[in-house]
Write a protein that binds this ligand. Structure first.
Ligand code: AN7
Length: 348
């Protein structure tokens, strides 16, 4: 029987965190890299497309990779409480790992701007959830300042232990594909994940992909070259106007000879539906931003797909955001409980 004990058990000293305590783990990581031939035909003709399905982590997003290391480090440091600001997934993940470790968890979310499945997670795992009348960026400023004055550990990706866990996704991609892909495509919000992937690929020394980063058009500080005061997008996970790891992201994009662009909400949702309907893989809208960015880059000629291998990172599960899935979709028709009524629907 193959044993999986989570990321810290697997990678040990390759993760620069304290090794002095038992890992706090929910057996995160080891997510599948799924070939996507039908989506690939549509998106990268002449190339090959794979989806790294991070929605299959224990709380439904890639955040669990960084949370096993951040919460383990917090325990090693003697913390009793952890805090974060979050557009939702970090909150749910922090809440789960804090519960696992017996720590208190307090999360700040932007009031009214978080998907239902993420709020449900944070509440279910017993976090104290506080809604801020402002953006994620306001929340992050508040927890940064508060964690300097109060005895609480900050577990946002400004915490270096987070990147230590998240970089493992790059190692898995290279191992699963047999080599690094030509392009790795992902959404950019607070820019922790792109920073962590680049760190992982560089440390691994098994080849470097070019990075393709996508931001939502209404929350695209990297493309506009300035902070966005009131970021707006229906992809609420990446509704961020002042990314904490902005400089690291810019540097990773440059060094990888990558490409960064913005995609509209309509483009994000088109990619979201294509991924689900062509491959049966349901991700949340923000995750589809990476796919949308790839579609747009191929269409504009920035990326030539011929003979190339592409990995799109699907950062979160579609069930995180049920409203986005059903909004605007046709409602199920309602019929009498008879076979005759059903046959009529079938047109027989
Ligand atoms: C599904 O949970 O920032 O660029 O507070 O949930 O590393 O921020 C989430 C971000 C992409 C962007 N996809 O990653 C939070 C939060 C999903 C996300 C991102 C997020 P980063």
């Amino acid at each position: 029987m193959r044993k999986w004990g989570g990321l810290i058990a697997r990678y040990g000293a390759r993760l620069a965190i304290s090794q002095s305590v038992e890992p706090v783990t929910l057996y995160e990581g080891d997510t599948p890299l799924i070939p996507a031939p039908r989506l690939g035909d549509a998106v990268v003709p002449g190339g090959q497309l794979f989806l790294k399905y991070e929605g299959l982590n224990p709380t439904g997003s890639f955040k669990d990779r960084g949370m096993t290391t951040a919460i383990t480090q917090a325990v090693a440091d003697g913390a009793r409480s952890v805090v974060c600001a979050s557009t939702g997934n970090t909150a749910a993940s922090a809440a789960a790992y804090a519960a696992r470790a017996g720590l208190k968890c307090i999360v700040l979310i932007p009031d009214g701007k978080i998907a239902l499945g993420k709020l449900a997670g944070a509440v279910a795992y017993g976090a104290r959830v506080i809604a801020v009348k402002g953006s994620f960026d306001d929340g992050l400023r508040m927890v940064r300042e508060a964690s300097e004055r109060a005895p609480v550990a900050l577990v946002n990706s400004v915490n270096p232990a987070r990147l230590q866990g998240q970089k493992t996704a790059a190692w898995e991609v290279t191992e699963q594909l047999g080599q690094a892909p030509d392009w790795l495509c992902l959404p950019i919000g607070n820019a922790g994940n792109i920073t962590a992937y680049w760190l992982g690929f560089c440390e691994d020394e098994k080849g470097l992909p070019r990075l393709l980063g996508a931001q939502a058009a209404g929350a695209a500080p990297l493309i506009q070259g300035k902070q966005i005061k009131n970021p707006e997008t229906r992809a609420t996970a990446i509704r961020i106007g002042n990314p904490a790891r902005w400089q690291e992201a810019v540097s990773a994009l440059e060094r990888s000879n990558g490409h960064v662009l913005s995609v509209t909400d309509d483009e994000i949702f088109a990619a979201y539906h294509m991924t689900a309907r062509l491959e049966g893989i349901f991700c949340e809208p923000s995750s589809a931003a990476g796919v949308a960015g790839l579609i747009k880059s191929v269409a504009s000629g920035k990326v030539n797909p011929e003979g190339k291998r592409f990995v799109c990172v699907l950062t979160g599960h579609g069930l995180k955001d049920p409203d986005s899935a059903v909004d605007g979709a046709e409602r199920p028709i309602s019929i009498a409980p008879t076979t005759a009524a059903f046959l009529e629907v079938l047109g027989v």
